[in-house]
Design a protein around this ligand. Structure first.
Ligand SMILES: Nc1ncnc2c1ncn2[C@@H]1O[C@H](COP(=O)(O)OP(=O)(O)OP(=O)(O)O)[C@@H](O)[C@H]1O
Length: 626
């Protein structure tokens, strides 16, 4: 049976390619610069095994020349060039990569890399070009050639007298359109920023002639235009430099250059991994919260490079949400890129890198906590909430990873403490980890519910973030010690004598409590004699899983479904007000109603809950005064 070759309609294929592979037109510059760099690398790799070829790094560079008058942009390199056959094969056949073939031929060593592999990058120039002309002379040839195409109906090749070895690609830009300004690719400023963005770490200098105004020698008041050839790219990425040679200032400068933040980074880590997956990374913990951090506008992610060429500005998959504050870069040789180099072909390597990075960040934070507490607290002040969200989210899947990184304010230490520190100094007779919730430390400090726990000499953690109580509910316990709110109904801290006395009092006054409950109706579940209050007359406590603080948070959510805490009004029988209640119960029902309402509203106020009817309350208070 005869086997036939597939035919491809080249013109259509080219059109499809040009318009559908790349999402941004500016990518063409990255592609042509990468080709130029590959062409220089090829001489370099050949020189390693061929003694007849010498390689002096200084002779090799890439030059970008915009010409406003002709509307052309030239990308010139001093690389290996192409013979006539190579021109034919590489630029005449879509998806034929001379670079891929070179890689196989030369049998490249680890760490040696050529960027090209798909054989399509060159054609991206037709996204912006009306026509493209390539002047080239191969290292292996005396003659030069000119290749020309308008991307529509084929190409021509003719002999061309080119003096030096290398390639020059001249792009005649398309006319400007309403929604596309091609002139931008002639602007020095724009070209410079594209080079910095995508090709900053190309190993060879990318040069441009830059015109700068300088004062005249004989008259400093007057300025003249001076043209100077400048190298635009940094060439050696900071992450490939030896850590020992880098100072904090170098890392800080890179943070600023990359516009990771307006602040100085609080801390950085420089990672080089050579295991199942190879990558290098520089990660930063910012000092300050970005203004949009807790808003939907904030995008997490790290810059992702493949061999020094930028692939993605924000690769979100590299960071878990709870470390979304981390900024930085990752460079790997092991990524499987898709044809446009804009997305990753498969994410196995990214997953491996992400896992590795997560571990490194966690260890870094842990050592910061251990060795530089002040710095860690500055960090926690800005981003601690994110870690607590991490404990809570995904049904607590990451709680064990994060539980030792979270801090809470302590009633005893008057500063932030870890759960480990709390548990380690718990007295033997203390069973639970106590916490109290409120808007601020000051407010919690004054909460009546904290009195008994403090009297016992137990430490209380102050929860002021909305997420706190949700996070610890997810954590359930730490070191087998359960968390308990000081407002929970079953503190069980009273001694036997107090309990007995309370039962006696409860029995004696059960009619009073029943009547108060009736007066308050559904607002509360029960009126009870308090054993936790010392100096305050009343407080609210909650029974069951939903605390009063949680009710407050949930009520602000769009689909809150009106979740309510089971509230209990606790009355302190040692307070003088209690006798007034007993008297009113015996002789004046109207007064009992008045007192009950006032006390209930007082309890709401202490909890920071809204008063249902403030006017009625003020009227009630006036009645007491008259
Ligand atoms: N400046 C250049 N100097 C020498 N050869 C070049 C140059 N530009 C392109 N080539 C040759 O043309 C081939 C095709 O280039 P093209 O950019 O289309 O694909 P590629 O670089 O191989 O792969 P990719 O699509 O992954 O970038 C290259 O592999 C290389 O052999």
């Amino acid at each position: 049976m005869e086997k036939k070759q597939f035919q491809a309609e080249s013109k259509r294929l080219l059109e499809m390619m040009v318009h559908s592979i790349y999402s941004q037109k500016e990518i063409f510059l990255r592609e042509l610069i990468s080709n130029a760099s590959d062409a220089i690398d090829k001489i370099y790799y050949k020189a390693l095994t061929d003694e007849s070829i010498t390689f002096h790094k200084d002779d090799y560079y890439i030059k970008i020349v915009p010409n406003q008058d002709d509307r052309t942009l030239t990308i010139k390199d001093t690389g290996i060039g192409m013979t006539k056959d190579e021109l034919e094969e590489n630029l005449g056949t879509i998806a034929k990569s001379g670079s891929l073939a070179f890689k196989k031929e030369v049998d490249m060593q680890e760490g040696q890399e050529i960027i090209g592999q798909f054989g399509v990058g060159f054609y991206s120039s037709f996204m912006v070009a009306e026509e493209v002309t390539v002047y080239t002379r191969s290292l292996h040839n005396e003659e030069g050639y000119k290749w020309h195409s308008n991307g529509q109906d084929g190409y021509t090749i003719e002999a061309y007298d080119k003096e030096d070895i290398g390639t020059e690609i001249v792009i005649k830009l398309k006319e400007n359109e309403e929604e596309e300004n091609y002139d931008q690719f002639l602007e020095t400023y724009q070209l410079r920023s594209l080079i910095k963005k995508y090709s900053d770490f190309i190993r060879y200098p990318i040069k441009m002639d830059i015109t700068e105004k300088q004062p005249k020698e004989d008259n400093e008041e007057e300025f003249i235009d001076v043209i100077e050839e400048q190298t635009i790219n940094s060439m050696v990425p900071i992450w490939r430099k030896n850590k020992q040679e880098l100072q904090d200032e170098d890392y800080n400068q890179f943070y600023q250059e990359k516009h990771f933040g307006f602040d100085k980074p609080l801390s950085h880590l420089h990672v080089s991994v050579d295991g199942m997956v190879r990558f290098q990374s520089i990660l930063y913990i910012p000092e300050q919260l970005p203004f949009n951090y807790y808003s939907q506008d904030f995008e997490k992610g790290l810059e992702l490079y493949s061999n020094g060429v930028l692939i993605m500005e924000k690769c979100a998959d590299l960071l878990p949400d709870y470390f979304s504050f981390v900024r930085g870069i990752v460079d790997s040789e092991d990524l499987s890129l898709n044809i446009s180099r804009e997305i990753l072909q498969q994410d196995r390597q990214v997953k491996l890198i992400a896992k590795n990075i997560e571990k490194k960040i966690k260890n870094h934070l842990q050592s910061l906590l251990k060795n530089d507490r002040d710095k860690y607290e500055t960090f926690f002040d800005a981003f601690g909430r994110q870690l607590k969200y991490g404990v809570y989210s995904e049904f607590g899947a990451n709680k064990d990873k994060l539980k030792d990184l979270i801090l809470f304010y302590s009633s005893k230490e008057k500063k932030l403490v870890t759960l480990k520190e709390y548990v380690e100094r718990m007295p033997e007779d203390q069973e639970h980890i106590y916490y109290a919730t409120g808007d601020s430390h000051d407010r919690i400090e004054k909460l009546p519910q904290t009195e008994l726990v403090k009297d016992k000499g137990f430490e209380i953690l102050y929860f002021t973030d909305e997420i706190d109580e949700f996070a610890i509910k997810m954590l359930m316990n730490y070191d087998e010690k359960e968390f308990k709110s000081v407002s929970s109904g079953d503190l069980n801290l009273e001694d036997e004598e107090t309990k007995k006395e309370a039962e006696k009092q409860l029995e004696e006054h059960k009619d009073l409590f029943a009547e108060m409950k009736e007066l308050l109706g559904d607002k509360i579940k029960e009126v009870r004699l308090s054993t936790r209050l010392k100096s305050h007359p009343v407080c609210l406590s909650a029974e069951g899983d939903v605390s009063i603080e949680m009710e407050k948070v949930l009520s602000q959510m769009p689909d809150s479904q009106n979740v309510q805490a089971n509230k209990v009004l606790e009355i302190n029988n040692k307070h003088e007000v209690f006798q007034a209640l007993v008297n009113a119960h015996e002789s004046d029902k109207e007064k009992l109603k008045l007192y009950t309402n006032i006390l209930y509203n007082q309890a709401l106020l202490i909890e920071g809950l809204p008063i249902e009817d403030p006017v009625a309350l003020t009227n009630d208070m006036c009645k007491v005064m008259i």
